[in-house]
Design a protein around this ligand. Structure first.
Ligand SMILES: Cc1cc2nc3c(=O)[nH]c(=O)nc-3n(C[C@H](O)[C@H](O)[C@H](O)COP(=O)(O)OP(=O)(O)OC[C@H]3O[C@@H](n4cnc5c(N)ncnc54)[C@H](O)[C@@H]3O)c2cc1C
Length: 478
């Protein structure tokens, strides 16, 4: 048995959801688009899983965070796909692909053929077994990539309240899960081999701020060592974690966040790979002209840094999804994907954003003893990256715009003293006030944000309220 579609997307994550939305906006006809996903639920905003989903009170649950609520667009519940004539095949895995014949074979034995294929298979969490550590499928060892993982994490976390949690890994997942574990009343120890958290992105000074903040919440750090084995109790649960430095940490539960691996296996030997992903051009087109790739699985030319990169971030997946639909439907009108890398995280009452590239020399600015500071990266005399903790929407936008312009930097000391105002001067806007004070669980935004808008107080009040509401919701949920 087989079916044929004009467009097929493999994978039902963030990139697939945003691509589906874009196809409908572009007027795709009923019956032309098919999405095949291993997950049993329609595409959703995956970042919610380490944020709102893990909250002890009023946690986010589907259907509230289906795509595309992350960009304040419509929420695509399963019925939306149905109403728009999109074939959404859930809980089914594509087990092989033949790009020469343009066919896919699903785990249920169906052959699906396509004219255009979009690979949006994302990535999977790296497992300890791949590093020679056996978990013996202990029920209190958790990973976090999909809703099933998140449900398991919530169950384990709730049943171990007051106990000891060990988090392995100091990257995004480790940091966000550690914060959630604290909020859920677990005593948390983080273990990672590097000298600091978020070693791939943060400078030592930025990392020190977050580590101190986490310590103030009771989190302990064990750095420079790795997990070597577990001790198990008679129920088969992990009861202690053994580290290479010889120490042993008691554990009522363990969360593993040691990185991800792109899901490329369907296409190994069929498509050109680079940086561990499927290599695509600026139209997200692979080495086979009918096959496109987007999201975590795609290695694409990041024009602003002048090299091919694979990004593991939601903004990149969303924007590439929009771009690929345009590149397929209107190839002659679609240019090269011109993307400014953008990463963010929200933990406890903190919130940061990063734009561009963290290469070259760094200048820090702002108040590292408060919650309003940042950094600029300069490479070959030009601004290439920027980071800000505790900023307002306007401040983040100014940083993004300034970073995109890659201005020449003449004087590092001047840049340091100007700090955030430098970004406003580059984009030629009046400087923003200091980043909003962070207090409690939401930003305090009851003062006018724009000095230069003081005469239009009503408009400002309305926009501030709207932003505070929007931002508060985002912070609270995902
Ligand atoms: C817990 C968590 C928190 C995150 N938080 C942030 C954040 O705060 N900020 C940020 O920028 N990024 C964050 N990310 C990263 C972000 O979610 C990813 O970059 C984004 O989801 C990538 O989208 P994607 O569509 O490429 O992959 P995914 O969203 O992972 O979707 C891939 C889909 O493909 C399916 N699939 C794979 N293989 C097959 C197959 N053979 N057949 C059928 N289906 C298949 C998978 O089951 C999945 O549904 C987070 C990720 C996680 C896991």
């Amino acid at each position: 048995m087989g079916r044929a579609f004009v467009y097929v997307i493999i994978g039902g994550g963030v990139a697939a959801g945003y691509a589906a939305h874009e196809f409908v906006q572009a007027g795709v006809s009923s019956g032309e688009l098919c999405i095949i996903s291993e997950e049993p639920v329609a595409p959703y905003e995956r970042p919610a899983l380490s944020k709102g989903y893990l909250l002890p009170e009023a946690p986010a649950r589907l259907p509230s965070f289906h795509c595309c609520v992350g960009t304040n667009e419509e929420r695509l519940a399963p019925k939306w796909y149905n109403e728009n004539g999109i074939e959404l095949i859930l809980g089914n895995r594509v087990k092989s692909a033949d790009v020469r014949r343009k066919t896919l074979l699903t785990a249920t034995g169906e052959t699906i053929s396509y004219k255009y294929l979009i690979v949006a298979t994302g990535a999977r969490a790296l497992k300890l077994e791949e590093f020679g550590v056996n978990t013996l499928d202990a029920p209190n060892v958790c990973y976090l990539r999909d809703v099933a993982d998140a449900d398991r994490l919530v169950d384990v976390m709730q049943s171990r309240s007051g106990g000891q949690a060990v988090v392995i890994g100091g990257g995004y997942i480790g940091m966000e899960c550690a914060a959630s574990l604290v909020i859920n009343n677990l005593n948390v120890t983080m273990v990672f081999p590097e000298a600091q958290c978020m070693a791939r992105l943060f400078t030592p000074k930025i990392a020190a701020f977050y580590e101190e903040f986490y310590q103030s919440k009771g989190v302990k750090f064990v750095k420079g060592t790795v997990l070597t084995s577990f001790d198990f109790n008679s129920d088969g649960k992990v009861c202690a974690v053994n580290l290479r430095d010889g120490s042993k940490l008691p554990a009522d539960m363990v969360v593993i966040g040691i990185g991800i691996r792109p899901n490329t296996s369907l296409f190994e030997g069929q498509l050109t790979m680079e940086k561990g992903g499927i290599k695509v051009n600026g139209k997200m087109q692979s080495s086979n002209s009918s096959v496109y790739a987007i999201g975590d699985v795609a290695a694409f030319p990041v024009k602003i840094v002048g090299e091919t990169r694979r990004l593991e971030h939601v903004d990149s997946a969303r924007r590439a999804a929009r771009h690929v639909v345009s590149a397929i439907i209107e190839p002659e009108k679609t240019g090269e994907f011109d993307y400014l890398p953008f990463f963010y995280s929200r933990v406890f009452t903190l919130s940061w954003q990063f734009y561009g590239d963290n290469a070259g020399e760094v200048v820090h600015f702002g108040d590292f003893s408060g919650h309003a500071f940042g950094a600029y990266w300069m490479n070959k005399g030009h601004l290439v990256g920027s980071f800000l903790e505790g900023g307002t929407k306007e401040q983040y936008e100014a940083l993004a715009q300034a970073t995109r312009l890659k201005p020449k930097i003449e004087d590092l000391a001047e840049l340091e003293s100007q700090g955030l105002e430098y970004a406003f001067s580059v984009i030629q806007k009046p400087p923003s006030p200091r980043p909003a004070e962070v207090g409690g669980s939401t930003l305090v935004l009851d003062k006018p944000l724009h000095v230069w808008h003081a005469t239009t107080g009503v408009i400002v009040a309305a926009s501030v309220a709207a932003f505070a509401y929007w931002y508060g919701r985002k912070r609270k949920r995902w």
